[in-house]
Write a protein that binds this ligand. Structure first.
Ligand code: HAM
Length: 414
């Protein structure tokens, strides 16, 4: 037996997974988001340029694909979908703005696996490219909140928001934070010391409790915004309040990827333990410019939900998932097999979920099997029924039996 790759999972039951994806697709359709699909393979360079070379994802977590004889332009398994969506936007010359799209699929990060953290995981990614202002940020965040509360009916979660300001503000703040870190250098962990010079904002994300104690006194992005950014930050909070969206300001929320500016947010739930964020995102106004080599300058915003984490939140909840009732055909002997297959054809044509038992077992054991399969009706065809062109229909919930003419079967059971 060859074991599965560390950090990957088999989904042997996709009911919950599909429930999340289908609910989101339907919901996003109401907001005029269209589904797209981009490749799992992308050039490593795409993520170096967009996420930043000093981020953990690019530095430590990439799955590089070995290409025979091709070393110049390495390919990797995508670690996230935003950069790829922007690449697709530029590559396909999309002109109609805003480009409101979503996609789902596997992402790959070489992280230490634990509950809610995998090396192959799935995201539902939503982007609005050409989204310009803070009202659109509020609308986007409100839309997500509505999906979690009204559609998925999650109850134990919080929305955390922060504001990074313009890229200029972000750069200034980085210097301010660095100065602060120098004053506390002897009290912070080795990783934070390294990040102080390479990816300064990320120190605020450190999970080490000693560092967190020190960072209580750290400067906050929202206290160092330009007048224009401060006014937008104010507007974001006011608009969310007017839209009845509860939020918590988390000044330490800086996000792990370099492309963000202005609004950033995370939906978190204490039910998830350490990996508490099940959806995260923000504004990335400079990414289109970066990826199009400066040819296009289009502001944008987006987010990604972690599907496995949503599954963890939903697994103990009673969810009404509508499944088609199953009908099982039981030909009593081989003489009735072809007839059973023809009747099944008829049911399939009418859109009814149908299974035929052709394993030669006794009627009793076929009945047991039909019961295990969760059949609504067992449809028995023996010598008598074959001769009379009928089917013995047994309702598996109340055991009622009816003999129905074959041409009337679809009408009877639908
Ligand atoms: P992210 O925060 O890296 O952002 O990931 C988004 C979500 O994906 C997380 O909140 C989490 O639920 C899930 N996730 C991330 N890593 C793992 C993992 N190793 N195992 C399981 N779930 C995971 C992004 O990826 C951005 N591209 C989001 C975005 C879209 N920003 C703008 N547009």
């Amino acid at each position: 037996m060859v074991a599965k790759v560390k950090g990957t999972q088999d989904f042997v039951d996709l009911v919950l997974y599909n429930y999340i994806v289908n609910s989101a697709s339907k919901f996003l359709d109401e907001y005029n988001y269209k589904q797209i699909k981009t490749p799992i393979l992308e050039h490593l360079d795409l993520f170096k340029r967009s996420l930043g070379t000093t981020t953990d994802v690019v530095n430590k977590e990439m799955f590089i694909v070995q290409q025979e004889g091709e070393k110049k332009n390495p390919i990797c398994l995508r670690p996230e979908a935003t950069a790829a969506t922007v690449r697709a936007f530029v590559d396909n010359g999309i002109q109609n703005l805003p480009w409101k799209v979503f996609s789902t699929g596997p992402m790959f990060r070489y992280e230490r696996p634990q509950k809610g953290r995998y090396r192959q995981f799935h995201q539902l990614n939503i982007e609005s490219i050409g989204s310009e202002n803070v009202y659109q940020d509020a609308e986007f965040i409100k839309m997500l909140d509505k999906f979690f509360s009204s559609k998925l009916k999650l109850d134990n979660y919080a929305l955390q928001i922060n504001y990074l300001g313009s890229f200029e503000d972000r750069k200034n703040f980085s210097l301010i934070l660095k100065k602060f870190l120098e004053t506390v250098a002897s009290k912070i962990c080795k990783t934070c010391l390294e990040r102080k010079d390479t990816n300064t904002l990320r120190v605020l994300d450190c999970k080490n409790p000693d560092c967190q104690e020190v960072y209580v006194a750290a400067p906050k992005t929202i206290d160092h915004l330009s007048a224009e950014s401060a006014a937008e930050w104010q507007k974001l909070q006011e608009t969310l309040e007017l839209l009845s969206t509860s939020f918590i300001v988390n000044p330490k929320l800086v996000r792990g990827l370099d492309y963000y500016n202005k609004s950033v947010f995370e939906f978190v739930s204490s039910d998830l333990g350490a990996q508490s964020a099940f959806c995260a995102g923000g504004r990335y106004d400079a990414l289109v410019k970066e990826i199009s080599d400066g040819k296009q300058d289009v502001p944008a915003m987006g987010s990604a939900m972690g599907i496995e984490r949503l599954m963890l939140l939903l697994e103990n909840k009673e969810i009404l998932i509508e499944e088609k009732p199953l009908h099982v055909l039981l030909p009593v002997s081989e003489e009735q097999y072809v007839l059973a297959l023809l009747v099944a054809e008829e049911l399939h044509r009418a859109g009814l979920a149908t299974e035929v038992l052709l394993d030669g077992s006794s009627l009793k054991s076929m009945m047991r099997k039909a019961n295990k399969l969760g059949a609504k009706y067992s449809l028995i065809i023996g010598d008598e029924e074959q001769k009379n062109r009928t089917v013995l229909v047994k309702n598996m919930f109340n055991s009622q039996e009816d003999t129905i003419n074959q041409p009337k079967l679809v009408e009877f059971i639908s």
